[in-house]
Design a protein around this ligand. Structure first.
Ligand SMILES: [Zn+2]
Ligand SMILES: [Zn+2]
Length: 244
């Protein structure tokens, strides 16, 4: 009921519940305290993972790629993130993930739609990174799917919640270094057999809540391409960055 009321009466801060006036921040439903703690990525960014990059100020439209994406193998073609995983973004994502704050999925999907619009291609299909079944039962819903279905609607694209499946259990990615994360995710995801035919040659927009090392996205994009998809792009609510 509380969640339903939040959707009907949004002038409350999504993060702390405080009243939101008719300020610029009101457009994203964050209060004057939480708004500066939300680091939206709006300027120059890495075309591959969405991390903000310094603008050279020349106004030239060149494709920028960050150091991480130059050194890691990124099987996907392009990517965007709405926010940096920090401050308010971190609080909101954890609330969506563990706190039953499903009402956050729609406004956060709208933020992601703005960031991901340049990735849209004709006949693109949108799909979430799946949670493992055991984790899904514990959490009741896959937060990535909650966001990706709304994102697909906002962008006018088809949504396939079951495009990817987990084929084996993976231990939590927390407290692992990048190499361990890649090994942990390797071959953990596969394309749902029922979707393979419909996937042939079609561009895919993969959606997740957070990208850190990119190991999960690498496993997902590798599985899609191996099954015959067109180019894969990735869209995440927040990009975790090292230097802050
Ligand atoms: Zn607030
Ligand atoms: Zn990058």
């Amino acid at each position: 009921m509380k969640a339903a009321l939040r959707v009907l009466y949004p002038p409350q801060c999504l993060s702390c519940g405080a009243g939101v006036g008719d300020t610029g921040a009101g457009a994203v439903h964050l209060c004057a305290e939480c708004w500066p703690e939300a680091r939206f990525i709006t300027g120059a960014c890495c075309d591959c993972c969405g991390v903000p990059l310094p603008d050279d100020g020349t106004g030239r439209e060149e494709v920028l790629v960050c150091d991480d994406c130059l050194t890691a193998v990124r099987p996907w073609s392009s990517g965007r993130a709405a926010l940096i995983y920090d401050g308010t973004a971190r609080k909101l994502i954890l609330a969506l993930k563990h706190g039953d704050r499903l009402d956050l999925a729609s406004p956060m999907a709208r933020w992601l739609a703005q960031a991901a619009r340049p990735l849209v291609m004709a006949d693109m299909v949108v799909a979430p990174v799946p949670l493992h079944l055991r984790r899904l039962m514990r959490r009741k819903y896959n937060q990535a799917a909650q966001v990706s279905s709304r994102l697909a609607r906002d962008l006018g694209l088809e949504h396939r919640a079951d495009l990817l499946v987990r084929v084996r259990h993976t231990a939590s990615q927390d407290h692992r270094d990048a190499a361990e994360r890649f090994a942990n995710q390797h071959d953990a995801l596969a394309v749902n057999r029922r979707c393979v035919l419909a996937l042939q040659g079609r561009p895919v927009l993969l959606v997740d809540d957070v990208m850190a090392s990119g190991a999960t996205m690498t496993a997902a994009a590798t599985a899609l391409l191996a099954a015959g998809s067109g180019p894969v792009s990735v869209a995440v609510l927040a990009r975790a960055v090292k230097d802050h």
